[in-house]
Design a protein around this ligand. Sequence first.
Ligand SMILES: Nc1ncnc2c1ncn2[C@@H]1O[C@H](COP(=O)(O)OP(=O)(O)OP(=O)(O)O)[C@@H](O)[C@H]1O
Length: 247
Amino acid sequence: MAAILEIRNLKKVYADGTAALQGVSLQVERGEFVAVIGPSGAGKSTLLRCINRLVEPTEGAVLFNGTDTSKAGGQQVRKLRREVGMIFQGFNLIQRVSVLRNVLHGRLGYMSSMTGALGFYSKRDTEEAHSILQRLGLNQQMYKRADELSGGQQQRVGIARALSQKPQVILADEPIASLDPVTSENIMQYLYTICREDGITCLVNLHQVEVARKYATRIIGIHKGAVVFDGAPDELTDEVTGLIYNK
Ligand SMILES: Nc1ncnc2c1ncn2[C@@H]1O[C@H](COP(=O)(O)OP(=O)(O)OP(=O)(O)O)[C@@H](O)[C@H]1O
């Protein structure tokens, strides 16, 4: 069976000439929990964003379930973004609407979630959103506006929104960078659980090497746009960590 993601010689040069990715090749198998680590500016966000085409690669290919996504048109890109959900450092919620509506946004798409009054949603959609929110421990917050929630709660809404898309892969771009250590553990536990219980493949960009070691089944180290380490957490010695961050 094809790897769920295959990245071939991926390069990204931004318009100002910054070479953010310099030829990244890797495969991710279904169900893996991959942490991507590396210093600030290494190219971690660019890598995740190229996978679901939030950023257009300059060269190379990203295959999702064996299909080259670089040839995908608008509708196929939308489908790709549903199947490859994204969680952001800054949560990226629609602040002035309810938590429930943010989750329905994930399930139905932006226009359908914003145009209908809540009563218009099908019973099935609403029940599904309720059950995901319950799973994330947010049943008390369902009708609150997103901007009334704490950072940790907002990130749980971000996870709920991604889950409501029924994704095969979740890309999390520094999901805990703006959270305190206890809340960070809580968010990582949720991501770990959905990977284990739902079989959703997770790629998580992290600054904290200890967190990567604790949760990931595999760690990829990026430095200056290139993969300099790819292995099991116990292979990531202090010496290797030093190389990733100081090279
Ligand atoms: N839109 C852009 N235009 C120009 N350069 C960019 C753009 N986005 C990122 N870069 C540059 O590309 C390089 C890689 O950035 P990227 O955000 O992918 O790294 P990162 O490892 O995720 O960093 P951080 O941990 O600080 O978020 C950096 O030099 C960054 O300044």
